[in-house]
Design a protein around this ligand. Structure first.
Ligand SMILES: NC(=O)c1ccc[n+]([C@@H]2O[C@H](COP(=O)([O-])OP(=O)(O)OC[C@H]3O[C@@H](n4cnc5c(N)ncnc54)[C@H](OP(=O)(O)O)[C@@H]3O)[C@@H](O)[C@H]2O)c1
Length: 271
């Protein structure tokens, strides 16, 4: 049962905190199961005070005690961390990496061939249990290991399983995607302000519209174009707005943003 496993988090930054918060809020984990290590003492104090999880500054200690190790440091910091915990994983814990671009082979090469590794790409809406996470298993990750990773991240949202060759694309889409959406919401808000709405009203309407449209899309099997057509009457307001978005190239811009982020993830992975 994943709910009784000891989870050791190495790196308690943005994503580490999102996971801690999500796991605790899900009700499937309690504070006694979660230990986090981080290079920053201030960060550990913050996490201890706000989430009552155990904190240590020694990554090796976390690695030795955990059934599941979650590596939540930046890709550039991964080499140091792997070198530090190499030799502390003889008990063959499940090692989950959330680092963008870092391949399973690179982790297995340092930690040893027998260590079960699952590579995961979550996103920050895990903080509000609405994350989108892709998982993929290494050579020694059994279906049980994948199920454990799936249950862990299903505590904080949706999980899909993909081939590792698709992980960089997942990074470019759902890993970085929340930032694209914030930009969209901010611009929508500014549009409302431009048209005379008070900013708090414009922001509330922009956020709720984005959330509502996303919920509708999630609950429908219809093509997205059909959902769009439902609110696009001939010669009406919506088609006038859409005509501007199309002529300014919004679709192409978003596609290129995903492409650029994917390529960056690939580059980071190559070190
Ligand atoms: N943020 C996202 O939206 C997102 C989404 C999907 C995946 N990811 C992946 O998640 C990982 C973490 O991202 P993040 O945004 O959470 O980064 P972050 O906020 O920088 O968190 C990393 C934390 O690890 C600490 N750290 C650095 N070196 C360490 C070491 N040797 N041992 C222990 N802790 C160490 C950092 O401390 P210092 O700040 O003092 O260096 C920081 O507190 C990345 O690999 C990223 O690719 C992030």
């Amino acid at each position: 049962m994943v709910g009784s496993k000891k989870i050791g988090l190495i790196g308690g930054g943005n994503m580490g905190e999102a996971l801690i918060k999500g796991l605790l809020q899900s009700g499937h984990f309690d504070t006694s199961q979660i230990t986090v290590s981080d290079i920053s003492r201030d960060r550990l104090t913050y996490l201890q005070e706000n989430y009552q999880v155990s904190t240590v500054s020694d990554n090796g200690k976390v690695a030795r005690a955990a059934d599941v190790i979650v590596l939540a440091v930046k890709p550039q910091q991964m080499g140091d961390v792997l070198a530090e915990i190499h030799g502390q994983v003889q008990h063959l814990p499940l090692v989950i990496s959330i680092a963008a671009g870092v391949t399973i082979a690179a982790i297995e090469q340092v930690l040893g061939e027998a260590v079960p590794v699952v590579r995961v790409m979550p996103n920050t809406p895990a903080l509000v249990l609405t994350g989108a996470t892709a998982i993929t298993g290494g050579a020694h990750a059994s279906s049980d290991h994948l199920a454990t990773a799936r249950m862990l991240f299903e505590s904080v949202g949706l999980v899909v399983e993909v081939d590792e060759s698709h992980m960089d694309a997942v990074t470019g889409l759902s890993g970085s995607g929340p930032a694209y959406v914030y930009l969209f919401i901010e611009a929508l808000t500014d549009g409302g302000v431009l048209m005379g709405l008070p900013r708090p009203v414009a922001r509330a309407l922009a956020v709720q519209t984005t959330m509502g449209a996303a919920k509708l899309a999630a609950s429908s099997d219809n093509h997205l174009a059909a959902l769009k057509d439902q609110i696009t009457s001939p010669g009406g307001t919506t088609i006038h707005g859409l005509a501007v978005l199309e002529s300014e190239g919004m679709r192409g811009m978003l596609m290129e943003a995903v492409e650029a982020a994917t390529q960056r993830a690939r580059k980071l992975g190559k070190g």
